[in-house]
Write a protein that binds this ligand. Sequence first.
Ligand code: DGL
Length: 282
Amino acid sequence: MMSTDTLLPQAPGAIGVFDSGYGGLTILRDIRKRLPAYDYIYLGDNARAPYGTRSFDIVYDFTRQAVEELFRRGCHLVILACNTASAKALRSIQQNDLPELDPHRRVLGVIRPTIESLGETSPSGNIGLLATPGTVRSHSYAMEVGKLYPDMKVTEKACPMWVPIVENGEAAKPGADYFVEKYINEILAENAKIDTLILGCTHYPILIDKIRKYTPEGISILPQGKLVADSLADYLHRHPEMDAKCTKGGNTVYLTTESPRQFEPLASIFMNDKVKAEKVVL
Ligand code: DGL
């Protein structure tokens, strides 16, 4: 780990967006739509995805390495566009690492902005969480919901096959239907009163058509991109000192720990834009 902030560039830089793989692109897409003037660096740790089945310590180590890399590349603000990293690494990075790395830099997650929106979307207070095994095991959603809305009930369901389906480019293929239907049926069998399903993994919006197909009408499906984008816009508005450290050239740089040739075609589909990526070693 870096020992002091003296090694980090102090000039304004891009906003960093990190995910274990492709999933964070669903967040970046909405952030760029909401805040097109800013520069972004996206970092996908595709070579080590999925994170969802890994231990707390490993997810923390990998996430910290990614945040340090984004800081080294000039970011003052990094969004963990990954629920697993937000659940397992965000608090330690904020409390233990930032004071040492540079107390003026910020790392924000995706769980809080998602939960804050629940008051408006769930009349019955019965929430379903679809997420990776790691996010479910952390119970971060249930704990955070409990703090903001003590009367709400959260039913958590791990969907271990969904990320591999997306990372392997199988989301639109017929084989994906089996696992999408299975997990949705299982969570609704656990609590038939659920009126809101949180897609608590940034990979899941890529399966949204199939998720809609197997979700009964009347249940709201909550992807996170727009919620995170609105929350970031609000954050930058409330923190002009951070806004001043974010450059505004409208450019996005893509980094992947995998081979760029493997990353680019799928990333281009997710971004609906031609993606050119650079390999990074963490
Ligand atoms: N996209 C990530 C999330 O939101 C992690 C998926 C994974 O690597 O398992 O949790």
